[in-house]
Design a protein around this ligand. Structure first.
Ligand SMILES: Cc1cc2nc3c(=O)[nH]c(=O)nc-3n(C[C@H](O)[C@H](O)[C@H](O)COP(=O)(O)O)c2cc1C
Length: 175
């Protein structure tokens, strides 16, 4: 079994998530290729049995490299069992409006590319103040202060549930 894990990231947390999944799969004897989607031009998907794609939400959108990759591979991608990991801070909470917003981000991706992943999982991301420019740091401080009053706004915080992520991937593989 060979799995492609392709990701797009802005501040690096989705890469960390994908590395974690890759390590977990490799430890279980699965062959994995981990690839930033920005470097995936010309990739031959037929080399893989399954595909995991991951990207993070910024201002209601995924990275352009995700939609470019998906749009360039319509038939080949549809022919593979695929898991799409949508990484966001909305997924760290239980706000119904936030979750509706996440559904919309996925719907927009499908509308723009025609790709309907068989399996979509929303994964809680991270707050990484050192990786933001001044404006983003200001905006993100307001958001985190509101969503997570216990957070220290000067320090990074990961909301990802790592054991749940491993279980999710295991369940998808067993499906
Ligand atoms: C400028 C900016 C905009 C963001 N917009 C959203 C958003 O619209 N919805 C959301 O749920 N999370 C949003 N986030 C949170 C990111 O999705 C989260 O931090 C994620 O872990 C980033 O992953 P990455 O480091 O792989 O890019 C935003 C983060 C930043 C810095």
């Amino acid at each position: 079994m060979k799995i492609l894990i392709g990701y797009a990231t802005s501040e690096g947390h989705t890469r960390k998530i994908c590395r974690h999944i890759a390590d977990h799969l490799v430890a279980g004897g699965v062959s994995v290729e981990l690839l930033p989607l920005a470097e995936a031009e010309g990739l031959e998907l037929s080399r893989f049995d399954r595909v995991i794609l991951a990207a993070s939400v910024h201002a209601g959108h995924y990275q352009r490299t995700l939609s470019d990759f998906v749009a360039a591979q319509p038939g080949a991608l549809a022919a593979h069992p695929a898991l799409f990991l949508s990484v966001s801070l909305a997924a760290a909470g239980h706000d119904a409006e936030d979750w509706k917003g996440l559904d919309k981000v996925v719907e927009d991706l499908t509308a723009a590319t025609g790709w309907q992943p068989q399996c979509v999982a929303h994964v809680a991301g991270a707050y990484r103040p050192a990786d933001y420019d001044l404006l983003r740091r200001f905006v993100m401080r307001q958001i985190i202060a509101r969503k997570d009053p216990e957070a220290d706004l000067d320090r990074p915080k990961e909301y990802t549930d790592w054991p749940a992520l491993e279980q999710l991937v295991q369940d998808w593989l067993a499906d």
